[in-house]
Design a protein around this ligand. Structure first.
Ligand code: SAM
Length: 331
């Protein structure tokens, strides 16, 4: 890659980091260059907000994240890298376009469309074709959507950087990327993951194995976490429930189980959405205050919070992604 883009492919919106500069920074790593070209040139419209968010001092960390994600994604499949790349880009397009379409419908109706947990299970979590695109696409959003990249920074810099190490639980690991970072963040960390989708279980296991994590450090189990954390009775040092609360009918059950499986120092990472629709969103939080109130009612104290408004949402809709670091209230 010589770093020169044809004029016609340059984004028309002002950015601080240019596509050329980004690709130039990745020039000595051909794999990442190919991924970034596919994203920032092949899908320029989708990636412009991400480009607008980047600052020169963020590039090294951004490339590191892209490398970890691409290594996991490519090692997880026997396909040649370019076929795999096409596949994951399709997943990202599915996620992004489906998301916009549903958000427009939500703005009209004011309600999420998914019927109930059983239907979501049958149509999404138990469907091989849906989950393939879903998990590939969701994983890529961590370097393609500004809010997910911010969330990733918060997870790394504020959550993983503090608190006890040791036994970790992740509810709904999905693609397994956050589980991977949790395990890698401390040599003492071992992790149990519980996910309702057999495809998420398989994907998470592959993601961790592809990154070279020893099998003795993790177990990913199939189970419904709303059922008393799939009857797990252990006490954990760290608990992660990222983008899961809005996927169940009664998030309170998950929050209360987190409290039950905690000791005084357990550090809990939660993320959820307010007024943001998706194929499998069941519980509608209508304000950030409602999220905070439920967390408090269920026995947790918020110690840090990151609120990320949806860029293009109207002010009236108050759409947010929210990430929170919590501790159980003293028992
Ligand atoms: C949106 S993905 C989140 C993946 C990852 N945690 C993240 O933040 O990117 C939601 C995941 O939660 C899982 N899930 C949904 N309902 C669940 C339940 N009742 N018990 C366990 N896992 C569940 C889904 O199968 C899916 O893998």
């Amino acid at each position: 890659m010589n770093g020169q883009l044809p004029t016609a492919t340059k984004p028309s919106i002002q950015t601080i980091v240019s596509v050329e500069a980004l690709l130039e920074s990745a020039a000595d790593d051909p794999t990442i260059s190919t991924l970034l070209e596919a994203l920032f040139i092949g899908n320029q419209r989708l990636l412009t907000p991400m480009l607008q968010m980047l600052r020169p001092e963020m590039i090294d960390e951004y490339l590191d994240s892209a490398r970890v994600i691409w290594n996991a994604i490519s090692a997880m499949s026997d396909q040649d890298p370019s076929t795999r790349l096409d596949e994951i880009i399709k997943g990202l397009q599915f996620h992004s376009v489906d998301f916009l379409r549903r958000q427009v419908a939500f703005a009209r109706t004011g309600d999420y469309q998914a019927e109930d947990a059983q239907t979501v299970y049958e149509e999404v979590y138990h469907s091989a074709s849906v989950m393939k695109e879903y998990l590939d696409g969701l994983l890529l959003t961590y370097i393609a959507w500004p809010n997910h990249y911010r969330l990733l920074q918060f997870y790394r810099d504020s959550y993983l950087a503090q608190g006890p190490s040791g036994r970790c639980l992740e509810v709904g690991p999905g693609h397994g990327f956050l589980a991977l970072l949790q395990i890698q963040s401390h040599e003492d960390n071992t992790l149990l993951g519980i996910d309702i989708s057999p495809y998420s279980v398989a994907y998470s296991k592959e993601c961790l194995a592809a990154a070279g994590v020893d099998g003795s450090r993790f177990e990913i189990r199939l189970g419904d976490a709303t059922d008393n954390y799939a009857n797990v009775t252990e006490c954990f040092d760290r608990i992660v429930m990222a983008e899961v609360l809005e996927h169940v009918e009664q998030p309170q059950t998950l929050l209360r189980s987190a409290v039950k499986c905690s000791h005084d120092q357990t550090l809990i990472f939660l993320s959820t959405v307010v007024n943001i629709e998706a194929i499998d969103h069941l519980y509608l939080y209508r304000s950030i205050e409602e999220v905070r109130q439920m967390i408090d009612d269920c026995g947790l104290t918020i110690v840090e919070e990151l609120d990320m408004p949806l860029e293009f949402a109207s002010e009236a809709s108050e759409s947010y992604e929210v990430a929170l670091i919590c501790r159980p209230k003293p028992k």
